[in-house]
Design a binder for this molecule. Structure first.
Ligand code: HEM
Length: 501
């Protein structure tokens, strides 16, 4: 995208002034105000969105629990398939469940805890222990039934009762945080699970270690920390999103365009970081730790859900940990005004919104409402420069989802015929639903600029993006049809009691 030099300088001046203004408003966010996004006040949280930390917690995660929880700490350190010292841990032989029962006969009382960092660390650690406990039999089953290449194993059934020593404190901590009492992407598995190695250095991949792990494999560390390294770029995405929304409200075209340029470079950095997944986490290893991040909702592993002993006799059903609960792509979708089709697959996308910190949910709703209120899409398409920038942002969203679909085919579909992803979505139809819709949105945006007086570079870029989107759409269509032969149960919700696992 090429802006005339004078426009670029003016835009930079306006952009930095706008950035300063939005930083000031961000430092003192006002709940419900039009100018700043709302911040939750009902639950304590370390997840305070800002231009500095983006969607990461405001301070690095708490690594160690207070002494009172030493028994939990000890269990979690001995839990992984391979422990930090390289020897087999409790999960390796299926001894974790018994260890929980003998070493933790009763529930530790967490009611007095109020510090958000301690509460979130407790949530992370109890959810790790709960998922290990519930899914340990599935991990044993899949290892027993897999072929010599480690593929083709089946999961069997998970444990259907969570003992009170885990269930009661987990339910209490979740209530305090306003979270579901189950492993989550942000507050446990990924965004509250990194430790900075050198304190005065940034959160680049090489400067991070995991706090908790199920397998202890390098590939698990790579899988989790690539997510964190991507989210480490989101301060810039947040700043550009707020700046562009404010600029559209004021009809300040130069500022709007320059914030779109800033958003584009933040997303470029995020997508480049995502590409490193291939080398940092081996596709051949993924299924060896994935079992432990599965959910209890819409899955043959828990056809009757899970009862939380000492909490309620009613079974619970929760989606598993999934990058679908990350906020980068939903923020971009909402900012760009991408309307997903009104179908069962989109209902799952909306359900994922509930599996994240309250401030992330509030932010996403706020971006959606503000984008509609200031008509971001129409405002962008009304000007040739903005329109091509808008199209290039859609293209970055396409690139993310296309790479992501490639991950899913290579890390999962090629190696397993299990029909459900960790978040409970049908494996071959759900991700293509969103990718297809972005490709459709690109075709629409490109068509809207067909008669616009574009500079020749912009016209060429528009034609290139439009052509690539059309080609990918027909390939995707064919792939989904072919994969439909292998995966029979791809409805949004399936009655797993009626299906033999
Ligand atoms: C080996 C790498 C990965 C694999 C195999 C993978 C797999 C999946 C699967 C199967 C889903 C479907 C939802 C569900 O869990 O039920 C999903 C959703 C999602 N994942 Fe990943 N994922 C990977 C890496 C990432 C990374 C690095 C991110 C970055 C934040 C990410 C973000 C997302 C998002 C945003 C969605 C929702 C997709 C959408 O809205 O179209 N994933 N992932």
């Amino acid at each position: 995208m090429i802006l005339a030099p004078t426009t670029r300088c003016a835009a930079r001046r306006v952009a930095s002034a706008a950035a300063r203004r939005s930083l000031a408003t961000l430092q003192k966010p006002t709940a419900g105000s039009n100018a700043t996004f709302p911040v939750g006040t009902t639950h304590p949280s370390v997840f305070n969105i800002s231009e500095k930390n983006g969607f990461l917690p405001a301070a690095d995660p708490l690594v160690a629990l207070p002494e009172k929880y030493a028994v939990l700490e000890s269990l979690l350190q001995r839990m992984p398939l391979t422990k930090a010292d390289g020897t087999p841990g409790l999960l390796a032989t299926g001894a974790f469940g018994d260890a929980v029962k003998t070493e933790m006969p009763s529930a530790i009382n967490v009611e007095a805890e109020t510090d958000p960092a301690v509460l979130t660390a407790l949530f992370r650690d109890y959810t790790f222990a709960a998922s290990a406990y519930l899914l340990e039999p599935c991990d044993l089953h899949v290892r027993k039934t897999a072929g010599p290449d480690g593929m083709g194993g089946t999961y069997g059934l998970g444990r259907s009762v969570l003992p009170k020593s885990l269930a009661v404190p987990l339910a209490a901590v979740s209530r305090k945080l306003g979270a579901k009492p189950f492993m989550e992407y942000a507050q446990s598995y990924a965004l509250y699970n990194y430790r900075r190695i050198e304190q005065d250095r940034g959160l680049d991949f090489e400067n991070m270690e995991l706090i908790r792990a199920f397998s202890g494999m390098q590939s698990e560390k790579g899988f989790i920390l690539v997510h964190v390294a991507m989210v480490a770029h989101t301060g810039k995405q947040v700043a550009a999103t707020i700046g562009a929304l404010n600029a559209a409200a004021k009809h300040d075209r130069a500022a709007f365009d320059s914030h779109l340029v800033a958003m584009r470079s933040a997303l470029r950095a995020i997508n480049d970081e995502m590409e490193t997944m291939w080398s940092r986490s081996s596709p051949a290893d993924y299924l060896k730790f994935r079992t432990f991040i599965m959910g209890t909702k819409n899955t043959p592993l828990f056809p009757k859900g899970v009862v939380y002993e000492g909490v309620s006799d009613a079974p619970t059903f929760f989606r598993g940990e999934s990058g679908a609960n990350d906020s980068i792509i939903p923020t971009l979708d909402n900012f760009l005004g991408v309307e997903m089709p009104n179908n069962d697959m989109t209902a799952i996308l909306k359900d994922f919104r509930a599996y994240r910190p309250e401030n992330h949910s509030l932010w996403l709703s706020w971006v959606e409402e503000r984008s509609k209120a200031v008509s971001v899409k129409q405002y962008a398409l009304a000007d040739p420069n903005s329109a091509v920038l808008y199209l290039s942002l859609l293209d970055l969203c396409r690139e993310f989802r296309q790479r992501h679909w490639n991950f899913t085919k290579e890390y999962i579909i090629r190696r397993s015929s299990h029909p459900i992803a960790t978040g409970g979505s049908p494996i071959v139809t759900w991700l293509p639903n969103q990718l297809d819709h972005i490709l459709g949105a690109m075709a629409q945006a490109a068509a809207a600029t067909r008669n616009a007086p574009l500079a020749s570079e912009n016209a060429a870029l528009r034609d290139e993006l439009e052509g690539r989107a059309a080609a990918q759409r027909s390939i995707l269509d064919r792939e989904v049809k072919d994969l439909g032969q292998k995966f029979k149960h791809q409805a949004a919700e399936t009655d797993w009691n009626a299906v033999k696992a």
